[in-house]
Design a protein around this ligand. Sequence first.
Ligand SMILES: Nc1ncnc2c1ncn2[C@@H]1O[C@H](COP(=O)(O)OP(=O)(O)OP(=O)(O)O)[C@@H](O)[C@H]1O
Ligand SMILES: [Mg+2]
Length: 379
Amino acid sequence: MELLTVDTVCDYVASQLGSHPEAPLDCSKLQAQEVTGGNLNYAFAVRDAKGHAVFVKQAPDFIKVIGPAAQLTRERMRLEVQVYQEWVDKGAEMSRYIPRIWKFDEEAMAFIMEFLGSSQLLQQSLFQGEAQETLAKSLGECMAIMHSRTHCSKLDAGGRARLAASYENRLLRDIQLEYVFSKCYREDPRAAMLREDSGFMTEVENLKAIYNGQNQENLSLCHGDLHAGSVMVDGAASSVKIIDPEFAVFGPPGLDVGSLLSTYVLAYCFHSAQKHSCCSQILFAAQQIWEAYVEAMKAAGISSDLLGTIEVETLGFIGCEVARTALGLAFARSLRIEDTELKARAEARALELGATCIRRRSEGMAALRAAILEFDAKE
Ligand SMILES: Nc1ncnc2c1ncn2[C@@H]1O[C@H](COP(=O)(O)OP(=O)(O)OP(=O)(O)O)[C@@H](O)[C@H]1O
Ligand SMILES: [Mg+2]
């Protein structure tokens, strides 16, 4: 199967959906546009004459933005589709938080999905200074459904073994191990102080081991890359949809909570450094996510002890994501401040904030409040 292009994707959609009884668009006259923004895969919006649309995503056997030199198995797409199915199988309520998949074509390693036309990435909203409370609560609840239904404490030995084997996801896990926990500290001159601090580097190694599944008593099926670039929101409809779970792992639930909260923290740093007025709204929304998550996890029977562990992990993973982004390894969520001096200062302060979250994570959310106070004090 060749890779799809804007010239071939319309015929492809017609061939896949033309005879579908509930096809969401009229396949007789279609137009396509490439959707840019993703790094790994090809994506297209395909529309009919009335504006009904679908989203098509195809995994090449390499990383799109690097090219064929960077080989990466196309099986990642099978896993992505499987995770969506797993979530719905485990909790029907999850269907409202994920886009509908119309067709998965294993031969092409492509899927055709509901087009979220009135949504935008949560990442965009946060950096525009919008953080709605209702969306935050939905996100907390959604993560709690994902994690509580697949938490190892709720599964028998067979269920745990199946999730561990199905979501080992070694290749993509190794990419995260390198890009979230290692590369930035090894190479960036701005990380010199951290690199030389063996106590700090031991803490990063500990978090890396936890990401890798070291704590066998606290594992859930996790999205695995749940920063705000993996969430699409429609403020007017109060709708939240989770996308792009190709990094899914049977791993520590705090990984997802920490990744999501890290974008709120980065957006806070971005706005606070520029004295924008939305800062308290962003922190409030972050707090709402955490509170809604805890409440729904408790209601689903996850013990207070486990929630204590998840809180500490969450702080660690917030710290890792904020630090690696401040060190330039996640451009889309970075502090894109025009004034270069202000930007450099804000990134240095964000790096410290991340390091504080990692070092003081045993204090839980209090560590985040302390790190934010430090960030603001260093202005
Ligand atoms: N169902 C959808 N409807 C409309 N737009 C979508 C939909 N799913 C994703 N998008 C848009 O397409 C972009 C790329 O999709 P996605 O993030 O899944 O691709 P990717 O190549 O796997 O990205 P990454 O490099 O983050 O792994 C998203 O950032 C989002 O803007
Ligand atoms: Mg992806």
